[in-house]
Design a protein around this ligand. Structure first.
Ligand code: XMP
Length: 511
């Protein structure tokens, strides 16, 4: 089963992953490869079209990245975006110059010639620019298709050779007809048929997994999060109870979460799911610890130890399954930026399990695609749409030492927040929303009594990838209901505050 493929050659721009996501959303499978991939490899990959991305360089730079030698003569349609467009023009004999003033942000785009790329796009629309260099002269045989006030060549192409360039960014949401333009490239220029659907993906993966695993045994660490849940459901559909899942319950999950995992995966789906009740061990290990990074380290290490113990009981397995997704794969191939928080996700597991091979059925998927596969497989909505939860869970949402009493207070407050957000129909609009138990106590009054209790902070953010985030504009009435309920119903809480800080400069979690 071969899908049509689009290849995105990565020149280092910040939106490159987004381009790949957009292409997939438009129904064509797509992967990113580095710009210096050999032409032979690209030919063998057999894409129906190639996108050259933006990037931070100037085509005249000493070590500026180049288009792989001979790529433009393969007869494969090409769309250059931003730097990719300049490179395309420059490589074929056009002229790129350094502009006096760059263009950043929204600009009016004016079409000047009809083309397969601009079909269905009005004569004037808004596009989003981010460049200093610009194309001044086009190579022979190319036409200018659109301009902006500051950019004589905003869109250009050679219809016969199927080579196109676009100075603005069609992949960002601010470009009004960006998706239309990308779709035109795929369907009008590359001849896409739109064979990338999550239904196809799930069916194919199930067959592949069945073939690969055969009579072997598979082990998977289930966290309750979307990725491991969907990976488990796919593998279970393929090989049934040759899959064993281990769920380490560290006792730091949100209210009812552990029960929910057991109910859905063992109860409803009938999976062979082992639960390790390690709550007390984790609490003991965390006694007296208030430094966030130490909490993370302790939890990460103990998690692996508990998993190892469970895995030993199961004995030798043939495959270790993981819910790795595409952004993990691409990110881990790049240089690491400064470690702000040491995010542990079951990182060290492969070292403690005796197995022959790793199985990662979601390796090619973006998060939204993982959710769609989950839905295809009939997983309940609560699982598919679960918001991301950090590995150390509530331990890093309790400021200072973690104790059973504090966990109870936070769980109850958090459950109220989640309930009210769901009731208000906001659950899918907010990236993450949770309560934090601060280490401040304040004075309150309840009935005729003075209270001196904890402050609960509410955190809710919108985001696409958690790298940056904005605080969610939750309606006052919803906040009011949450605050009233928490202050009245939750033991040891008498005040509620709402966090209105974006990331940066704050982070999403408080610790
Ligand atoms: P921050 O707080 O760094 O969070 O803005 C960005 C995203 O990462 C999650 N996060 C973690 N995930 N282990 C995890 O698996 C961790 O230690 C951890 N700390 C933060 C956070 O929930 C957000 O989605």
């Amino acid at each position: 089963m071969q899908h049509q493929k689009i290849l995105v050659l990565d020149f280092g721009g910040q939106y490159n992953m987004l381009i790949a996501r957009r292409v997939r959303d438009l129904g064509v499978y797509c992967e990113l490869l580095p710009w210096d991939t050999a032409t032979e490899k690209i030919r063998a990959y057999d894409p129906i079209g190639i996108v050259l991305t933006g990037g931070p360089d100037s085509v005249y730079g000493k070590d500026a990245p180049r288009i792989p030698h001979g790529l433009l003569s393969l007869g494969i349609p090409v769309l250059g975006i931003c730097y990719g467009a300049q490179l395309l023009a420059h490589t074929l004999g056009g002229k790129v110059v350094h502009a006096e003033a760059g263009e950043y942000g929204k600009r009016e785009l004016s079409l000047c010639k009809a083309s397969p790329l601009s079909e269905g796009i009005p004569a004037k629309s808004v596009c989003w620019m981010s460049h200093t260099d610009l194309i001044q002269e086009l190579p022979a045989g190319f036409d200018t298709l659109a301009t902006t006030a500051g950019c004589p060549v905003a869109l250009f192409g050679n219809a016969e050779k199927k080579l196109y360039g676009v100075q603005f960014h069609p992949e960002v949401a601010h470009t009004e007809y960006g998706n239309k333009l990308l779709g035109n490239f795929l369907y009008n220029v590359c001849g896409a048929v739109g064979d990338w659907t999550m239904k196809n993906f799930a069916e194919e993966q199930i067959l592949r997994l069945r073939e690969k695993i055969g009579e072997g045994r598979v082990l998977l660490a289930m966290s309750g999060g979307v990725d491991s849940a969907v990976a488990a459901a796919l593998i279970h559909r393929a090989v049934g109870n040759k899959l064993t899942c281990v769920f380490v319950d560290h006792g730091l999950l949100r209210k009812n979460e552990a029960e929910e995992v057991m109910r859905v995966f063992r109860g409803e789906l009938g999976m062979d799911l082992v639960k390790a009740d390690a709550g007390e061990r984790f609490l003991r290990a965390l006694e007296g610890v208030s430094d966030p990074e130490r909490k993370r380290r302790i939890i990460g290490e103990l998690f692996i130890r508990v998993f190892e113990e469970e895995a030993k009981k199961i004995g030798k397995v043939d495959f270790l399954a993981q819910g790795t997704i595409y952004p993990d794969v691409v990110e881990s191939g790049k240089g690491k930026s400064a470690v702000i928080k040491s995010h542990h996700n079951v990182g060290g597991l492969p070292d403690v399990v005796d197995f022959k091979e790793i199985v990662e059925p979601l390796r090619d998927l973006f998060k939204d695609e993982v959710r769609r596969v989950g839905t295809e497989l009939g997983l309940p909505e609560e699982v598919v749409w679960r918001q991301p939860c950090p590995g150390p869970a509530l331990a890093i949402r309790i400021m200072g030492e973690v104790t059973p009493e504090k966990l109870e207070t936070l769980r109850d407050a958090d459950a109220i927040f989640r309930e009210e957000i769901a009731k208000a129909g906001l659950a899918r609009k907010i990236w993450q929303y949770f309560a934090v138990l601060t280490d401040s106590k304040t004075v309150g009054v309840q009935g005729d009594f003075r209270t001196y209790e904890n402050v609960i902070a509410l955190r809710a953010v919108t985001s696409v990838d958690a790298m940056t985030a904005d605080w969610a504009r939750i309606p006052y009435e919803v906040l009011e209901r949450v605050s009233t309920r928490i202050a009245n119903e939750v033991k040891h809480a008498n005040r509620v505050v709402y966090d209105i800080t974006s990331k940066p400069p704050a982070t999403i979690e408080w610790e």
